[in-house]
Design a protein around this ligand. Structure first.
Ligand SMILES: *Cc1c(COP(=O)(O)O)cnc(C)c1O
Length: 396
């Protein structure tokens, strides 16, 4: 099918809840994606930080041969990949136990429910959640209620009771918002969707103390910044502040849908049999894919690659900032790069696409790159030079 024909099918048969770019991708390899008309693109977005080790990596494709062995059992039985994945995730994060789901939003729902159940079991009366302004946690009701952006709430009210928001990385505001009903504080160590905003380490340390002093659970949403994205396994490792609960999804399965929630054992133990569940959660296929991703990141030393190539990208984009005054700030940690403009960015995304580069625009005015962790310096150089051409265009 040609792109034009696919667009016609969508127009007639697919829900219109996404603002899609007029591009139909049919295959990919590493940082290259190919559209239905045969045109090649350098993809520095990778399905929004999902294809952690690029398009259709051999390691994940091979792991999915698990399909021929056993695809699904549901959680009334044990399977080997789920146990092994839990063990791997705990090994690279913090002493915890894992619960598996299918998406970021579902991981957040699990975290909200676990926090409430834990506080309920302890009879603290602490059921409220404080989340951050401009945060993004997903579209299901609990996750949406925690998402600190009015534009996503509009028309869907009433939302989950007991959720409030304070400005990101403002400790005094957070401290003043805490009451004897506060049960959990929810933070992205690096805000992704709002355009790569990095929580300072000293802020997170103070938040940890505040939680410890008041019996409040600290939840880190690492759905986007986790799994090697920042050049360490997890965003919390930038500050050394260990959360009580952590959520994962996006890059975890290297393109295969899977989410996870990790929690300190004494917290996770509030989920006894029958309290929480997900039919597909921890499915052997998804867990096998995730195991292959972790193995590849280790074997190919991709944390180091994310650090060095990310720093290189930052240097190149800083040069663009000097050339184009409408770039007001460049924010980067590992391979999470946000280019803050003083104007809407969508036109530049289109100009890049026409020239064979995929980036995206988030929060209206931020150009974002979240390339594969195995992207090369040369690919980044090529991407930035195409971006430069696009920025030279007169876009209204
Ligand atoms: C994308 C994202 C989510 C939601 O994940 P879905 O899989 O789309 O439900 C939650 N939190 C963060 C930080 C995200 O970036």
């Amino acid at each position: 099918m040609k792109t034009k024909e696919i667009l016609v099918v969508y127009e007639k048969f697919v829900a219109k809840n996404y603002g899609r770019q007029p591009l139909a991708l049919v295959k990919g390899s590493g940082s290259i994606a190919v559209d239905s008309d045969g045109k090649k693109y350098l993809d520095l977005v990778q399905g929004i930080a999902v294809n952690a080790i690029g398009h259709s990596p051999k390691a994940v494709v091979n792991a999915l041969k698990q399909a021929a062995l056993l695809m699904h059992t549901s959680n009334i039985f044990y399977t080997i990949p789920q146990g092994l994945l839990a063990r791997e995730l705990v090994k690279i994060s913090f002493p915890s136990k894992a619960l598996f789901v299918n998406s970021g939003a579902e991981a957040i729902e699990s975290a909200i429910k676990l926090a409430r159940k834990y506080q309920h079991d302890k009879q603290t009366g602490r059921f409220e959640i404080i989340a951050m302004e401009d945060s993004f946690h997903g579209r299901t009701y609990g996750a949406l209620s925690c998402t600190g952006q009015k534009k996503y709430h509009k028309g869907f009210e009433p939302l989950l009771p007991g959720v409030s928001h304070v400005p990101f990385a403002d400790f005094d505001a957070l401290k003043n918002a805490v009451t004897d009903k506060t049960g959990a504080i929810l933070i992205e160590p690096v805000q992704g969707e709002s355009g790569v905003h990095i929580a300072p380490a000293d802020y997170l340390k103070k938040v940890r103390e505040l939680c410890d002093q008041n019996g409040i659970l600290l939840i880190f949403d690492e759905v986007q910044c986790g799994m090697g994205r920042i050049g360490k396994w997890f965003g919390f490792q930038n500050s050394g502040v260990v959360p009580d609960i952590m959520t994962l999804a996006k890059g975890l399965g290297g393109g295969f849908p899977i989410g996870a929630m990790l929690a300190k054992p004494e917290v996770m133990d509030s989920f006894g049999p029958g309290t929480h569940a997900s039919t597909f959660g921890g499915n052997p296929l998804a867990c096998s894919a995730a195991l292959a991703v972790i193995k590849s990141i280790k074997e190919k030393k991709l944390l180091k690659n994310a650090q060095t190539v990310g720093a290189h990208a930052k240097k190149l984009v800083e040069k663009l900032r000097k050339e184009f005054p409408f770039i007001t700030e460049v924010r980067q940690t590992g391979l999470m790069i946000g280019i803050q403009l003083d104007r809407p960015g969508a036109g530049y995304v289109s100009a890049c696409r026409e020239r064979g580069l995929i980036i995206n625009c988030t929060h209206d005015t931020v150009l974002r790159m979240v390339p594969a962790l195995n992207v090369t310096k040369r690919e980044i150089e090529k991407g930035v030079s195409i971006l430069r051409e696009a920025l030279c265009q007169n876009i209204s």
